[in-house]
Each structure stands twice: as structure tokens, then as C-alpha cells.
Design a protein around this ligand. Structure first.
Ligand SMILES: Nc1ncnc2c1ncn2[C@@H]1O[C@H](COP(=O)(O)OP(=O)(O)O)[C@@H](O)[C@H]1O
Ligand SMILES: [Mg+2]
Length: 240
């Protein structure tokens, strides 16, 4: 049997005394696109940060390809194939697009592979190629998100974590990013996506997990959850 790309079991996390995640269990299979849905403050960003080891787990386990990496460093997670596109993008605004992209490859020794992957990112998002010498801070929000996704890809991941793909972006930009994500996923990269636009998320993803106040309250095939009246009422304003 294939091991899941990512398996998170009974995960708990806290900021000091304030517990934010309670017993979160989820998995992503190789090549799968999975989304996490939940209201503001539900713990989605915290979950992504614990998975990429930017925040320690209080309890529970994190496995990648069947290997227990609970307590590993964030560099180790990157080496294991997990790249994180953080909420708010966190680009270096006074550095060029190209240099921001290269930051994503900082752990890699293979110069030829890095050059190859840079060209792939430019092919995926041609706007980045046109603007490669421009400071990242001068890009539009959508272009910055392309740059952040591209930086994640420069680690040559097998699992891409994306925290808020479309938040605050123009619809045309969201389309370009969603198309890019589909292509990345088609090429075999598994994706764990946090997305506030629930319709968009359920259209993109194979499966979804609903997180509410730090717990997984519902999960299933994305197409089925999109038809679930409880999801429509809670997250789509009943308009779906
Ligand atoms: N650095 C932090 N220190 C203390 N509390 C935090 C911190 N980051 C987030 N929280 C709290 O943890 C909860 C979950 O936040 P977060 O994971 O950002 O949720 P989401 O991404 O789903 O909006 C919220 O109550 C938030 O206020
Ligand atoms: Mg968040």
C-alpha cells in the first residue's frame, strides 16, 4: 500500500497556555490536492506552521512518506519535500523577483537543477519572467502570490502547503493562480491548500477537511462537501 504523502495524527498545538489545535488528524495522498476550510481564527495557519515545523507540536505525530518527522527542523521538512507558501506571502520586497525565487532553493546544491526549475516557474507564470529583475515589492498582489508559489516550487517539493491562495486578489489573478496550481498538481506535486473562498477551494481540490475551533469537524470528497447544505450555510452564505 502507498504511504500517504502527509499524515498528521492527533495533532495538538498551543501558543503558551492557549491551545489552538486539538486532536487534528488528516492525510494527503501522493499527487492529491486537499483543501482546508474554516473560519477566521479556526487554526488553519497554525496547522500549516506546525506541519512545516515553524511551530512545535504539543502532541501528536507528523509523517511524510511514512517516515515520522515529528519534532524535525523546518530545514528537514523542506528536504523531505515539504514547501510552505505562507499566509501574507512574506517576500523580500527590496529583492528582485528572481532572487526571491532563488531563496526557495537555498538548501539545494544542484545548480543545473535550480536553473531548470527557475525556467519552469517562469513558464508557469510568464509574468514573473517579464518582471524577474523588478523588486518584489513593486509587484501587484497577484504577482506577489505567483512569486511566493514559485519560491515554494524552487525547493522542488513533492508537497506544497499553501496558506490562503486567493485572499484579497483580483478574480483574474485568482484564475491564473488556480490554473498554475492545477498544472503543478497534474505534474505530480501534492497540494495542501488553505483557502477562504470555499467554492474555489472545493472546485480545485480532490478532498477537503473542515476545521472549526482547532478541530476537524467534517471531511470528505470535495465534490460531496460542495453539495452539503451544512457547508453551504456555514461557509458559502447559503448561495451555492
Ligand atoms: N503568534 C500567536 N500567538 C498567540 N496566539 C495566536 C498566534 N497566532 C495565532 N494565534 C491564535 O490562534 C488561533 C488560530 O489562529 P490561526 O491559526 O491564525 O487561524 P486561521 O489561520 O484559521 O485564521 C486564533 O485564536 C489566533 O488568535
Ligand atoms: Mg490563517
Amino acid at each position: 500500500m502507498t504511504a500517504p504523502k502527509l499524515k498528521v495524527a492527533s495533532l495538538q498545538a498551543a501558543y503558551g497556555d492557549v491551545q489552538v489545535l486539538w486532536d487534528v488528524t488528516l492525510d494527503v495522498m501522493p499527487g492529491e490536492m486537499v483543501c482546508i476550510i474554516g473560519s477566521n481564527g479556526a487554526g488553519k495557519t497554525t496547522l500549516m506552521r506546525v506541519i512545516s515545523a515553524l511551530l512545535p507540536a504539543k502532541a501528536g505525530t507528523i509523517q511524510v512518506d511514512g517516515v515520522d518527522l515529528t519534532g524535525a527542523t523546518s530545514a528537514r521538512m523542506v528536504e523531505a519535500g515539504v514547501a510552505h507558501v505562507p499566509e501574507g506571502r512574506r517576500l523580500f520586497s527590496a529583492m528582485s523577483v528572481r532572487d526571491n525565487l532563488l531563496m526557495g532553493a537555498y538548501l539545494r546544491p544542484d545548480k543545473a537543477g535550480i536553473a531548470e526549475d527557475l525556467e519552469k516557474v517562469y513558464a508557469l507564470f510568464p509574468r514573473l519572467a517579464e518582471r524577474q529583475r523588478q523588486d518584489a515589492g513593486t509587484l501587484s498582489g497577484g504577482e506577489q502570490q505567483m512569486c511566493a508559489v514559485g519560491r515554494g516550487l524552487m525547493a522542488r517539493p513533492s508537497l506544497l502547503l499553501i496558506d490562503e491562495l486567493s485572499l484579497g486578489l483580483a478574480p483574474r489573478m485568482v484564475e491564473l493562480l488556480a490554473d498554475g496550481l492545477r498544472r503543478i498538481n497534474k505534474e505530480g506535486v501534492a497540494v495542501l491548500l488553505v483557502e477562504q473562498d470555499v467554492m474555489n477551494a472545493l472546485e480545485l481540490a480532490d478532498r477537503a477537511f473542515v476545521v472549526d475551533r482547532g478541530r476537524v469537524t467534517l471531511s470528505g470528497r470535495a465534490a460531496e462537501l460542495a453539495d452539503d447544505p451544512a457547508i453551504q450555510d456555514a461557509y458559502m452564505g447559503g448561495l451555492a
